[in-house]
Design a protein around this ligand. Structure first.
Ligand code: FAD
Length: 316
C-alpha cells in the first residue's frame, strides 16, 4: 500500500472534469444517506464551507467499501470529514464527501480493549469509557472530533496523544477492501499519522481498568480548564497553528497583541490566541486572510514561521 499523508482519501486516478451524472453513478446503490449540493458549513465546527457535489453517510463498513469502489470506477475524488479541524473553502469540495456519522458502534473486548467505529465522537467514547471504568482517554476530554479523525490527526493535548492508546485500526483502502493495521505499523508524528490512503472505519484502543470516580474527576477538571481558557461558545476549528518546537503558538500570538484582530467575520479569539472564531458570517476567505496576517506579524516580530494545524481544503 502506498503511504500517503492519510488526510485526503483521494482515488488514485481522478478525472479533472466530471459531471453530476458521474457523481450520481458513483453513489448509486448506497444504503446510507446521499445529499447532493450539500453545504459543508453544516458539517464543520467552524460553520464555514461551500457545497460538496455530494455528501454521503454510509450505514456500515460494507457501504463504505461500495462508495470507495464506485468512486474509483468512475474516477471521482473522495474526501472524508468529521469536520472539527477543517476550514473548507468557499467554493466547496468537488466529488464525494464521506461523513461517518452513522458508524457509531462501540464495544468492549477482553483485556480492557475498546473497539470504536470511525464515526464515534470522542466525547461519546469518553462517556462510554467512564461508565465502564476504563482509564486512558482522559487526556482527550473536550476534543470534539471523531475517533477516526483523532487517529489521522494524532490528536493530543498536554496530557497525552491518540497514539498512546491505539492498539490497531481498521481501514477501507482505495480498492474498497477492508484492511487492519497494528499500531506498530503506523508512524505517528506531532498531529499526524502516516497512514496508507483510505478511510479509517474502526479503532481498537488499549485502555486499562481504573476507578470510575477518579477517571470522571480528571475528565471534569480538564473540561473545566477548557471552558475557562477556550472560546467554546463560538464556532471554531480548535487550534489554528501547531506549536513551534519548545514554544507555544498562542503565547507568540498573544505577545504580538493580535487577540481580537479581525478580518470580516473572522477573529483571533480574545480568550485563546491560537483559536480563530467565526463571529457569525465569516467566509473561508476571511479566515485565510486572517491567517496570513497573523503569520506575517509573527514572522516579522519573532522570526518564527507558524505551521498550520488546521487543514484547509476545497476550492477558493
Ligand atoms: C473546540 C475545539 C477543541 C479542539 N481541541 C483539540 C485538542 O485539544 N487537541 C487536538 O489534537 N485537536 C483538537 N481539536 C481539533 C479536532 O477536534 C481534532 O483534530 C480531531 O482529531 C479532528 O477530527 P475530525 O473527525 O473532526 O476530523 P476532520 O477535522 O474532519 O479531519 C481531519 C483530517 O482527517 C481526515 N479524516 C477524518 N476522518 C477520516 C477518516 N475516517 N479516514 C481518513 N481520514 C479522515 C480528514 O480528511 C482531514 O484531513 C479541537 C477542535 C475544536 C473545534
Amino acid at each position: 500500500m502506498r503511504r500517503g499523508d492519510g488526510h485526503v482519501a483521494s482515488v488514485a486516478k481522478v478525472r479533472a472534469k466530471f459531471t453530476q451524472a458521474d457523481v450520481r453513478a458513483a453513489v448509486a446503490g448506497l444504503r446510507g444517506s446521499v445529499s447532493f449540493q450539500a453545504p459543508l458549513r453544516e458539517y464543520t465546527s467552524f460553520k464555514i464551507g461551500g457545497p460538496a457535489d455530494v455528501v454521503v453517510e454510509p450505514v456500515d463498513i460494507e457501504d463504505v467499501c461500495l462508495v470507495v469502489r464506485q468512486a474509483r470506477a468512475h474516477k471521482i475524488p473522495l474526501f472524508v470529514l468529521g469536520g472539527t479541524n477543517l476550514l473548507v473553502r468557499d467554493g466547496g469540495i468537488r466529488g464525494i464527501v464521506v461523513n461517518l456519522a452513522r458508524l457509531r458502534g462501540i464495544k468492549e473486548e477482553p483485556g480492557s480493549v475498546l473497539y470504536a467505529e470511525g464515526g464515534v465522537g470522542m466525547p461519546t467514547l469518553i462517556g462510554y469509557a467512564i461508565r465502564h471504568s476504563l482509564a486512558g482517554l482522559e487526556w482527550a476530554a473536550g476534543i470534539p472530533g471523531t475517533v477516526a479523525g483523532c487517529v489521522v490527526m494524532n490528536a493530543g493535548t498536554k496530557l497525552g496523544e491518540m497514539k498512546d492508546s491505539i492498539k490497531a485500526i481498521c481501514m477501507v483502502n482505495m480498492k474498497g477492501q477492508v484492511v487492519e493495521l497494528e499500531a506498530a505499523q503506523i508512524r505517528f508524528e506531532y498531529r499526524r499519522a502516516l497512514l496508507p490512503r483510505g478511510i479509517v472505519v474502526g479503532v481498537w484502543l488499549q485502555l486499562k481498568q481504573g476507578v470510575r470516580s477518579e477517571i470522571e474527576r480528571v475528565v471534569k477538571d480538564y473540561l473545566r480548564y477548557r471552558r475557562d481558557t477556550q472560546p467554546l461558545a463560538m464556532p471554531s476549528a480548535g487550534c489554528v497553528f501547531k506549536n513551534p518546537p519548545n514554544d507555544s503558538a498562542g503565547r507568540l500570538i498573544e505577545e504580538a497583541n493580535l487577540k481580537g484582530v479581525r478580518v470580516g467575520g473572522a477573529e483571533v479569539s480574545m480568550k485563546h490566541a491560537n483559536f480563530m472564531v467565526n463571529r457569525g458570517r465569516a467566509s473561508a476567505a476571511d479566515v485565510t486572510a486572517l491567517i496570513r496576517k497573523v503569520r506575517s506579524a509573527i514572522r516579522r516580530r519573532a522570526g518564527v514561521h507558524l505551521e498550520l494545524e488546521l487543514k484547509i481544503v476545497g476550492k477558493a
